[in-house]
Ligand binder design. Structure first.
Ligand code: HEC
Ligand code: HEC
Length: 405
């Protein structure tokens, strides 16, 4: 009898112990504060796509379909071989895996991935464009990208897409009588030809050029960030459920996440569901030998204000009060020297190399840079050295790899 009772007792206390241990395993591996930040990084926290008042066609599906065609159309380039999709490969997260972009010539910066960029207010590494449609106009006239000029481009549209264009945007009138290469930027010959056009012709060309950008931007807005393992982890963590297999994190990934949120201070700049704060930071990125000096955001401040295709310009559909980002942007040249936009870290592990000029070939090299926090070649780095063990570094990389589908 006694024996029976004690066996039962032992058995029941063992059950209790096992339950306690399981409870301990089930207990959240993250603190309440960490859990709260994780929720802000998850895809579920992504707000609705912000409207773009400077582009009345931004959310027009027919315009987006036209923009998608233009995005892949090599006839928009000088040599007939370059399209947006030449560098922004759809099957490669809309980038090209190269340290520096290559098209009509070789550029001085790395091609940026495009998923989710429509949520940010500034475009390019230095944010020299304040809308996606105005951004799209840059490569078309850039001598090392499409290498074309706005007048030739509008004629190309008139030749190949007149009907589509006119249905969407209205009649293409007031074009010069003959197709000429003319633009206020670009070669001396193109600038001379531009000066020779009448004001009405210049306005017609600029309007057609802006509409090309607006169409491409409408397509660009459809490129959304994808669901990743991290998002599944975050969702199941928030619900307090025991995670399904495809949402479970290893000890190492949890450790990496904690470093990302804590000691690494990564969320100071990589915040929100795209893991970027959309601001500009000097992180002491090494200059690349052989490239011209690159001053980052500081050197484009004047150009942004003077850009005829900015939010306050004649071809923007916004009212001045809708151009807050432009009107109130920081003009602090000192703080913005060699400052760049943090790219989204979503899917970062599958698209090396890294940084604005492809400075680092691997994530290990990226983490080594954050650990050592070297002096900036110009301006001042915002980073402070981090005391990271080899294990910590591996954990951070393991966490970054969870930002994949
Ligand atoms: C020669 C390769 C190349 C071509 C062609 C090209 N791009 Fe890019 N793209 C780049 C590079 C390089 C950057 C970064 C440039 C910089 O910051 O100075 C970039 C940046 C961008 C960005 C900014 C992303 C962000 O996060 O700010 C967008 C949007 C974009 N390109 C869209 C386009 C569109 C649309 C076209 C076609 C009209 C196009 N690109 C053509 C290489 C290219
Ligand atoms: C002070 C702001 C800041 C902090 C803190 C910061 N980053 Fe960054 N991060 C940036 C900026 C800015 C860039 C782009 C820099 C450039 O190209 O010049 C970047 C780029 C990256 C890239 C490369 C992305 C790409 O597509 O090239 C990775 C990966 C990255 N950061 C991870 C981290 C991790 C991990 C931490 C924490 C250890 C961290 N960052 C902390 C601002 C920051």
């Amino acid at each position: 009898m006694m024996l029976k009772v004690s066996t039962a007792l032992v058995r029941s206390s063992m059950v209790a112990l096992v339950a306690l241990m399981m409870g301990a395993c089930d207990r959240s591996p993250l603190t309440t504060e960490e859990s709260a930040v994780v929720a802000t990084l998850a895809l579920g926290a992504l707000p609705a796509l912000p409207s773009d008042p400077s582009n009345i066609y931004a959310d027009n599906k027919d315009v987006a379909a036209f923009g998608k065609k233009l995005f892949g159309d090599t006839r928009l380039s000088l040599n007939g071989k370059v399209a947006c999709a030449t560098c922004h490969l759809p099957e490669r997260q809309f980038q090209d895996d190269k340290p520096l972009a290559v098209a009509v010539g070789t550029g001085v910066r790395r091609t940026m991935p495009l998923a989710g960029v429509a949520w940010g207010p500034w475009f390019f590494w230095d944010g020299r464009k304040d809308s996606q449609w105005s951004q799209a106009l840059g490569p078309l006239e850039d001598q090392v990208e499409h290498g074309s000029d706005r007048t030739t481009l509008v004629f190309t549209i008139a030749t190949h897409y007149r009907q589509t264009y006119e249905t969407l945007f209205g009649p293409l009138t007031d074009l010069p009588a003959v197709a000429v290469a003319a633009s206020p930027v670009g070669t001396i010959a193109a600038r001379r030809a531009w000066d020779a056009l009448t004001p009405a012709e210049r306005t017609a060309i600029n309007r057609g050029f802006a509409n090309i950008g607006k169409a491409i931007a409408a397509h660009g807005r459809t490129l959304k960030p994808e669901m990743t393992r991290f998002d599944r982890f975050a969702a199941s963590h928030a619900q307090g459920n025991s995670a399904p297999d495809n949402a479970r994190f290893t000890q190492q990934e949890i450790a990496g996440l904690k470093l990302f949120l804590g000691k690494g201070s990564c969320t100071n700049c990589h915040s929100g569901p795209r893991l970027t704060d959309d601001h500009f930071h000097n992180t002491g990125m090494p200059a690349v030998p052989g490239l011209p000096p690159d001053g980052g955001r500081a050197t484009v401040l004047k150009a942004i204000g003077a850009d005829p295709f900015n939010c306050l310009g004649a071809f923007s559909d916004a009212t001045p009060d809708q151009c807050g980002e432009l009107r109130f942007m920081s003009q602090d040249r000192h703080a913005l020297t060699r400052a760049y936009k943090p790219p989204s870290l979503r899917r970062v592990s599958s698209r090396p190399p890294y940084m604005h000029a492809g400075q680092f070939p691997t994530l290990d090299a990226v983490i080594a840079h954050y650990a050592s926090a070297p002096r900036a070649p110009a301006g001042h780095s915002e980073l402070k050295p981090l005391d990271l063990s080899d294990q910590d570094r591996q954990a951070l990389v393991a966490f970054l790899k969870t930002l994949e589908p």
